[in-house]
Each structure stands twice: as C-alpha cells, then as structure tokens.
Design a protein around this ligand. Structure first.
Ligand code: GNR
Ligand code: NI
Length: 170
C-alpha cells in the first residue's frame, strides 16, 4: 500500500472528467487500497480518484465513527429518491480547513461495483448520501465551492493561494 498525494484547489487537474473502469483488475484493486490508505491517513470520510490525479471512476468512503467500514464505489451511478434536499456542512481534502453548508438530495439510490467487480445497490441518506454526491461530483470535475456565491469562492481561492505560498516558502 502507498499513500498518494492529494491535489488541492485551484489545481486544474481537479476539473478533469473521469472515465469508467473497464475491468476491475489487480491494478484497480491496488488503486483502491492506496486510496483507502490515503483517505484514512488524511482523516477524510471519502476520496475520489480525481483527487489523487487518477482520472478513472473510483471512489472510496468510510462514514463510520470506528473507521472500520470501507466502501468501494467503482463506476457509481446514483439517483435521488424523492425531491427532499438538506443542507449539510461539507469539507473537502482538496480544500483543507474550509467548511460550508451545501444543499443536496437527502436520500439517494446508488448502483456501483465493489472491489471484486461485483455490482451492488444501496439506499443512503444523511451524511452517506451527501458524501456519495460530493465524491460523484469530483469524478465530474465539480467541487463543493462551485455551489457557493462567487464572493465566497473568491475568498476560498485567496485563502488557498496564501496556503500554497506559505507551504512553498516553508
Ligand atoms: O472528509 C470529508 N468530509 C465530508 C463531509 C461532508 C460531506 C462530504 C465530505 S467528503 C470529505 C473528503 C473529501 O474531500 N472527499 O472528496
Ligand atoms: Ni472532496
């Protein structure tokens, strides 16, 4: 296993649209395992391959308090159940130390392949539903700050530029 570097906003590579995985082979499983290690190390509840500069439709997640329930989503597709939406405070490993309320579908139906390439389906609500939508957005090149006002997004951009300058100077 290996920890992978995470791209940070406003890196243009985060805007790449990911392509479907054709076969879940050992190479894909290696990517999944590296992404899980990276996500746990960074203390995130989800990670999309886009964030580690691999532009394939692969997501890992773990919303459990014990950090003991890894979920693997390959070629995920979701549909909202009903039209109830709910704001929830989101963060992103590609936008460290910034949090904002994002309204999303409260419940979703998910179809995906697991680490063995087996199809599965599940229904999610609350945090898991938000996380599925947040990660799916990454595969489309969308970040949660895209849903904020341009004023707020501009503030995030300045904050990130300051952070990158600081990290560079250190
Ligand atoms: O760690 C994360 N927390 C989070 C909180 C609310 C909604 C979505 C997320 S995902 C985020 C990790 C991440 O950046 N995944 O892409
Ligand atoms: Ni994210």
């Amino acid at each position: 296993m290996a920890k992978l570097p995470i791209l940070e906003f406003p890196d243009e590579r985060l805007r790449t649209k990911a392509v479907p995985v054709e076969t879940v082979d050992d190479e894909v499983r290696q990517l999944v395992d590296d992404m899980l290690e990276t996500m746990y190390d960074a203390r995130g509840i989800g990670l999309a391959a886009t964030q580690v500069d691999v532009h394939r439709r692969v997501i890992v997640m773990d919303v459990s308090d014990e950090r003991s329930s890894p979920l693997v989503l390959i070629n995920p597709e979701f549909t909202p159940i009903g039209d109830e939406r709910e704001p929830l405070q989101e963060g992103c490993l590609s936008i460290p130390e910034y949090y904002a309320d994002v309204p999303r579908a409260l419940r979703v139906h998910l179809k995906a392949l697991d680490r063995d390439g087996q199809p599965y389906e599940l229904e999610a609500d609350g945090l898991l539903a938000h996380c599925i939508q947040h990660e799916h957005d990454h595969l489309e090149g969308i970040l949660f700050v895209d849903y904020l006002s341009s004023l707020k997004r501009d503030r995030v951009l300045k904050k990130m530029q300051k952070r990158h300058k600081m990290l560079q100077d250190a």
